[in-house]
Design a protein around this ligand. Structure first.
Ligand code: ARG
Length: 459
């Protein structure tokens, strides 16, 4: 059967290692649905153009339907001697329906066939991952609405900076994920052209209708250049690029979850469902799911750089190197799917420790900027001067072991005599977040509105 396609030219079969290095059926069997879908569209077009008979088309349809059933129920045996999914399916078809099956490959090559199947697969993967990103955004928006006014420390350099709200922090990820969806949608738009009909590389001598197959497979149009059609893997690379940026975002959030659950922070607690224990230390609650989400980003970046390296030296048009395009894409898509599901679960279940976050948010002179702003607003100091004066007050507070809110007015007045009792109104963390009402700022009202807007958009 391995001579099915090119036996005419060959006297001997392949070395066993040739088959081992050459066969892709071990992984490209995942393309079976797309391969059958593509063959159905191709056969329909061949018949419509009078290139094969209506009887042959009907036999092909029936045969492919049987094959789909056999694969779905697990009774189809994939044969490595038949190299890949395309040849496996075609060989079965010929074994089942004979002569008609031998006509299916008219005006087609595995080069345009695999390019078509793979685009269809990536398109489906984009649609399904997009739905998952949206679910994660909804989970984040829901929790953000709930915690629009929950105050936590905001960090720069991982040092206490200014108070923010937990809702605001969560919505930052919603913004990132929304751009990730945009990138996936963009990749989808560009990939949605149909390579079928490019044949091996130069087009075909048969009077095919490429627009017909493109439409039947849900593509916007056929690809414009036959050489490009069979050698382009931009669509896979763009998919992996978008997934890499998405994975980077998920990894940053996973890292924060890991930090937040650690004992010195204790900002959140994960549910039992998303925590593991230790085989030796009975007290442990480890954030393994977050750690794995962080690690899988590395795997996804590896898929992108791996495929870029495979593609970068290939002369036009098809080369067998391109068979190595599928595993990284499948692996990255699987990893992204798992990460998204796990992150969504963690977000829905996580239990913020509101009191703990509050108390940490008020520590480390987190409202020093508010004091400087007060000196500018109420006393008319230039900001640079106010910054300097505040620095001196902070250092007085530090040497006394007091937070700014607890520092006596007399101490502040020694540094700047015009400071009045009114200063205490700006030094609480509530006043600090409430005062940041600028567009995109952390004021609880802003955050509640932004969360509600996202909930509505994502409903
Ligand atoms: N299994 C091959 C792949 O995944 C299909 C295309 C083979 N084409 C060829 N000319 N050998 O790339």
């Amino acid at each position: 059967p391995s001579r099915l396609q090119w036996g005419g030219r060959f006297a001997a079969g392949p070395a066993s290692v040739m088959q081992a290095i050459n066969a892709s059926i071990g992984f490209d069997q995942r393309l079976w649905r797309e391969d059958i879908e593509g063959s159905l569209a191709h056969a329909g077009m061949l018949a419509a153009m009078g290139i094969i008979s209506a009887e042959d088309e009907a036999a092909i349809r029936a045969g492919l339907a049987e094959i789909a059933e056999a694969i779905a129920e697990g009774s189809f045996t994939f044969d490595p001697a038949l190299e890949d999914i395309h040849t496996n399916i075609e060989a079965w078809l010929v074994a089942r329906i004979g002569e008609a099956g031998r006509r299916l490959h008219t005006a087609r090559s595995r080069n345009d066939q695999v390019a078509t199947d793979f685009r269809l697969w990536v398109r489906n993967a984009i649609d399904s991952l997009d739905g998952q990103v949206r679910e994660l955004m909804r989970a984040l928006a829901d929790r953000a609405a709930e915690h629009a006014a929950t105050i936590m420390p905001g960090f720069t350099h991982l040092q206490t900076a200014q108070p923010v709200t937990l809702g605001h922090h969560l919505l930052a990820y919603v913004e990132m994920l929304s751009r990730d969806r945009g990138r996936l949608a963009d990749a989808r738009r560009r990939l949605n052209e149909c390579p079928l009909g490019a044949a091996a590389l130069a087009g075909t001598t048969f009077p095919i209708d490429r627009s017909m197959t493109a439409a039947a497979l849900g593509f916007d149009r056929p690809t414009a250049n036959s050489l490009d059609s069979v050698s382009d893997r931009d669509f896979a690379l763009e998919f992996l690029s978008a997934l890499s940026i998405l994975a980077m975002h998920l990894s940053r959030f996973a890292e924060e979850i890991i930090i937040w659950t650690s004992a010195p922070y204790r900002f959140i607690r994960l549910s039992d469902a998303y925590t593991t224990g230790s085989s030796i230390m009975p007290q442990k609650r480890n954030p393994d799911a977050a750690e794995l989400a962080r690690a899988k980003a590395g795997r996804i970046f590896g898929a992108l750089t791996g495929l870029l390296a495979v593609m970068k030296g290939l002369p036009l048009a098809y080369a067998k190197d391109m068979q190595e395009d599928k595993e990284p894409v499948f692996d990255a898509a699987d990893a992204a799917e798992l990460c998204l599901a796990a992150m969504t679960g963690m977000v829905r279940d996580m239990m913020p420790d509101v009191l703990r976050m509050r108390s940490v948010a008020g520590a480390d002179f987190s409202t020093a900027t508010d004091l400087a702003d007060y000196l500018v607003r109420d006393l008319g100091l230039p900001f640079r001067t106010a910054h300097h004066v505040t620095g001196r007050i902070v250092s007085e507070a530090e040497s006394r072991g007091l937070e700014l809110v607890a520092l006596p007015l007399s101490v502040m007045q020694e540094v700047e005599p015009r400071i009045t009792e009114a200063v205490y109104d700006v030094l609480t963390i509530e006043a600090s977040v409430a005062a940041r009402r600028t567009l995109g700022g952390t004021a609880p009202d802003n955050v509640a509105r932004a969360a509600a807007r996202w909930q509505e958009t994502l409903a």
